[in-house]
Ligand binder design. Structure first.
Ligand SMILES: Nc1ncnc2c1ncn2[C@@H]1O[C@H](COP(=O)(O)OP(=O)(O)O)[C@@H](O)[C@H]1O
Ligand SMILES: [Mg+2]
Length: 237
């Protein structure tokens, strides 16, 4: 079996005495979409933040493209193609849409110019073109999520970590956000999606992990997890 793009082994993350991630082992293969689902407080955000080295690891190992990440800062990982859309979207509210995209573009060396990259993004998100000089903080929730996704797409990453893209969105907009993730998948980007919106996430993903109180309690192909509705409910309730 070839090396996964992201390989996590027995990862522990704590906030002082609070053990938020307890021995998680998971992997993301090239081009896969994998969902990590769990109730509020299960440790999903902590896990993603630890994978980006935004939080220190108590123990365990994380390998990205075959190499340990322990010495790389979050910026370095982003530069190497590990892009994280944080909970709450991570857009900069006091900057214009275009400036938000510029900052995302500047994180990583790219073949195409910013203008060319921007044009490609605006073709996909015409709404953002219309609002290119608007302050991001004045966009609607759905538009802000599109901006967050556009920031990832401006310079397509190897791996996209995305934290609850559905949070706070109306159902139609959730569907739209998931459709965009489906397009990223079709472009070959590996996606690790953490969600409370279990069913939408598992329908998008090929595989899933169920996180409960910091531990992975179920894993497998999405279809298999979805078929085990009783267990899912038990762990997510
Ligand atoms: N900054 C923090 N300090 C202390 N405890 C935290 C902090 N952030 C999260 N926690 C705790 O860690 C656990 C996991 O939280 P989190 O990763 O945010 O879960 P999720 O994203 O699945 O809702 C929860 O018990 C939460 O209260
Ligand atoms: Mg969270």
């Amino acid at each position: 079996m070839s090396e996964p793009v992201l390989a996590v082994e027995a990862l522990h993350v704590a906030y002082g005495p609070i053990k938020a991630v307890r021995g998680c082992t998971l992997r993301l293969d090239a081009g896969e979409t994998v969902a990590v689902v769990g109730a509020n407080g299960a440790g999903k955000t902590t896990l993603l933040r630890a994978l980006s080295n935004l939080l220190p690891h108590e123990s365990g190992s994380v390998r990205y493209l075959g190499a340990p990440t322990e010495r790389a800062g979050p910026h370095e990982l982003a530069r190497r193609g590990l892009f994280h859309i944080p909970e709450g979207r991570g857009t900069l509210g006091r900057l214009e849409v275009r400036e938000n995209l510029r900052i995302a573009y500047d994180v990583r060396p790219a073949d195409r110019s910013f203008e060319a990259a921007l044009e490609r993004v605006f073709e996909r998100f015409p709404r953002l073109r219309e609002r290119h000089d608007q302050l991001a903080g004045t966009l609607s929730g759905g538009e802000q999520q599109m901006l967050a996704l556009a920031r990832a797409l401006i310079n397509p990453p190897r791996v996209l970590l995305v934290d609850e893209p559905s949070l706070g969105l109306a159902p139609a907009l959730v569907e739209e956000a998931f459709a965009v993730l489906g397009e990223f998948h079709a472009e070959g980007i590996a996606i690790l999606l953490v969600e409370q919106n279990v069913y939408s996430a598992l329908r998008l993903a090929q595989r899933g992990y169920v996180l409960r109180q910091g531990e992975i309690v179920m894993e497998g192909p999405s279809a298999k997890l979805l078929a085990d509705a009783e267990m899912l409910k038990h762990y997510l309730g």
